[in-house]
Design a protein. Sequence first.
Length: 318
Amino acid sequence: MKISKRGLLVGFAAAAMAAGIGTPAALAEGTIKIGVILEYSGPFAVQAKEIDNGIKLALEQRGDTVAGKKIEIIRKDTGGPAPDVAKRLATELVTRDKVDLLAGVVLTPNAMAIAPVATEAKVPFVIMNAATSIITTKSPFIVRYSFTLPQVSAPLADWAVKNGIKEAYTLVSDYGPGIDAEKSFSKAFTAAGGKIVGDVRVPLANPDFAPYIQRVKDAKPQAVFVVVPAGAQTIAPNHSLQLGVYDANGNDPGVPTAPIILLRGLQDGPLFPGESVPVTFTFASAGQLTLQVPVQLSVAPHNSVVPSMTNQQTQTVN
């Protein structure tokens, strides 16, 4: 699932208009101040840039005024998954900058940290990406127009069973979105008659995937359900992965914050930079598309250089 620029445009404009109605600061100054908190630097900078580009497009196409009030964007950078920093920035925005609206956030931990600030200040908080289901329950001032992980992982589980996959292994990042996706996939998969033959949660910060992939191979599942945050992690085993990627929800598989992929047919054998592996995208209504995804060099945490296929590559071959 991908957040369209049109969707971001409409949601951003609507949120801005809502912030301008009955807001003392906006009424007094004729300005709507929007504090955008994003991971502008660090491993998630690509996603932050995409969201920020959507904001710029909204202002370019709709103008920088709403109901006669000028929109002012104040941007803040968390530098990555940093809840303490996110909370501090949100507090500064509402107390010092007097913003009428908080927005942005790629990552769930940062969104969770900002939620109580929005509640205490009674300032609307628009989630532009963070996808863990529970986020919107943490403040009555939160609205989200991106997606949740169960929305894409549960349909994928149903599709897998219907297409002959009876045994699966789950490998997810050990944080909110990964766990959310794992639970929804496993529940739907078993309810549909499938069996989860193993599961593993990997550290969020730059793990060496080789031992985890080996566990998967030893279990010999028919398929592997993988959820890792794009940009932060790279699956970099020193053995090959012949990958078949399936997405049953009919949407673009390039999910900005947590690409959900189903891997089939793990095989031994060397891969070298410059080679490629076939990746097949299956859409509910549009059929299949197979592309060759290139192998690149990646430095694993133990300082050995090994071939890898990154999540970012998986997202951009569409």
